[in-house]
Design a protein around this ligand. Structure first.
Ligand SMILES: [Zn+2]
Length: 76
């Protein structure tokens, strides 16, 4: 047999929220992980761009789950 798969049920994909739903600061409503920015500066830049392109009103915030930055809707 050429199957060399490691049987590890603990290796869950990082793009999949944990069972029962992860923290909302990190996961989107549709189950996808939010875009992560390494710094507030990067997040700010993207927020500004989205504001110009899509009139989106997004605020960068620090994520306590992954330690990065995400963009959130103020009205959310
Ligand atoms: Zn996060």
């Amino acid at each position: 047999m050429a199957k060399a798969r490691r049987g590890g049920k603990r290796s869950r994909s990082p793009s999949t929220p944990p069972e029962g739903g992860g923290p909302r600061e990190h996961w989107r409503a549709d189950g996808q992980a939010k875009t992560r920015f390494p710094s507030q500066d990067e997040a700010n830049r993207s927020a500004l761009q989205l504001r110009l392109e899509e009139s989106a009103d997004l605020d960068p915030y620090r994520c306590g789950f992954c330690g990065g930055w995400h963009l959130g809707n103020r009205r959310d």
